[in-house]
Design a protein around this ligand. Structure first.
Ligand code: GLN
Length: 308
């Protein structure tokens, strides 16, 4: 990816997205997300030589929500290695991201770490031998190291709203516990899960945080290369829930979305890209974020599936 060609293309995409009428619907399940202006758009790209190119609202914080699941997975794999996969599967799901039905069909083993049940089980793994406070401190510390920025924080209002309204997540946690796949009290695990979903970050910070997954972090490999490969594979197959096939078809880059409208996309050895547009499509993925990545991918021939 050449620096000179990226800047004008990002400017073009940003202008294009500014003119889009259909922006999708912002998440409305908690007031902190419901009040976000759907007009926001940001994109930021980090390259191996250390340059970062950003457009739009790239310095405005948003709730990263499920994008945080990539980082908790990274920590969990580091802590538990392959044993982690006894608790969570590695298969894409054809159900909505907070499906209870699917968990029941799989006897309490979530299909992958990125649907809610899988991420809750992942958080539960992080709590082994640590309190929720210590676990959250470890997650925030990891985000700060990955993003090279000590200003990253968890938004307490988002976390408490999630806790009050997240009945589906409570149901998933109780179901996991009934199957023996949750070692801690639902309250402890979910409290930790809601807090890491409430991490507030800018698109610039998120793009920098993703560098270790592209193998371009200035401090070298933050996690084992084998774990990077595993996470990228899961982002490609499961990162957009039941919209992952469509995302692979249109964009062809490993990526993880969140209901706050953020997407982190990782091009191994080449770039880490963050995009933010709060309006969502029917799968709960950023509508314009996906469109922006699709244009970038097509223009620069970035899809892993394209030939020269
Ligand atoms: N905190 C949200 C939830 O647990 C995250 C969902 C998402 O970003 N898709 O439902």
């Amino acid at each position: 990816m050449k620096q000179d060609s990226i800047r004008p293309l990002l400017d073009q995409i940003c202008t294009h997205m500014g003119n889009e009428q259909d922006r999708g619907a912002v998440a409305s399940y908690i007031p902190e997300l419901a009040c976000i202006d759907p007009a926001h758009f940001a994109m930021s790209v980090c390259l191996p030589d250390g340059t970062q190119i950003s457009v739009g609202d790239a310095k405005i914080e948003f709730s990263i929500q499920s994008v945080s699941k990539v980082f908790t997975l990274a920590i969990a794999l580091g802590r538990h290695g392959d044993h982690f996969w006894t608790r969570v599967g590695r298969e894409p799901s054809t159900h909505v991201f907070n499906s209870v039905q699917e968990l029941e069909a799989r006897d309490g083993i979530p299909p992958n770490p990125f649907v809610n049940a899988g991420a809750i089980a992942t958080t539960d793994c992080l709590l082994v031998g640590a309190t929720p406070k210590e676990t959250l401190a470890e997650i925030v510390q990891f985000m700060r190291l990955a993003a090279s920025d000590d200003a990253i924080f968890i938004d307490p209002d988002v976390a408490s709203s999630e806790k009050e309204t997240g009945h589906r997540n409570w149901a998933l946690a109780h179901f996991l516990r009934s199957c023996g796949n949750l070692r801690h009290e639902c309250e402890l695990t979910l409290g930790t899960y809601f807090h890491h979903c409430a991490l507030a970050m800018t698109a610039e910070q998120l793009a920098r945080a993703g560098r270790f997954l592209a193998g371009i972090h200035p401090a070298g490999n933050l996690i084992a290369p084998g774990h990077i490969r595993s996470i990228n594979a899961l982002m490609m197959t499961c990162g957009h829930y039941n919209g992952s096939g469509e995302f692979a078809y249109r964009v062809g880059i490993p990526a993880k979305s969140g209901v706050g409208g953020g997407i982190l996309a990782v091009l191994p050895n080449r770039a880490s890209i963050a995009v933010w547009s709060p309006g969502l499509d029917r799968y709960g993925n950023s509508l314009l974020g996906t469109q922006a990545l699709e244009i970038l991918s097509q223009e620069l021939c970035l899809s892993m599936f394209s030939v020269a």
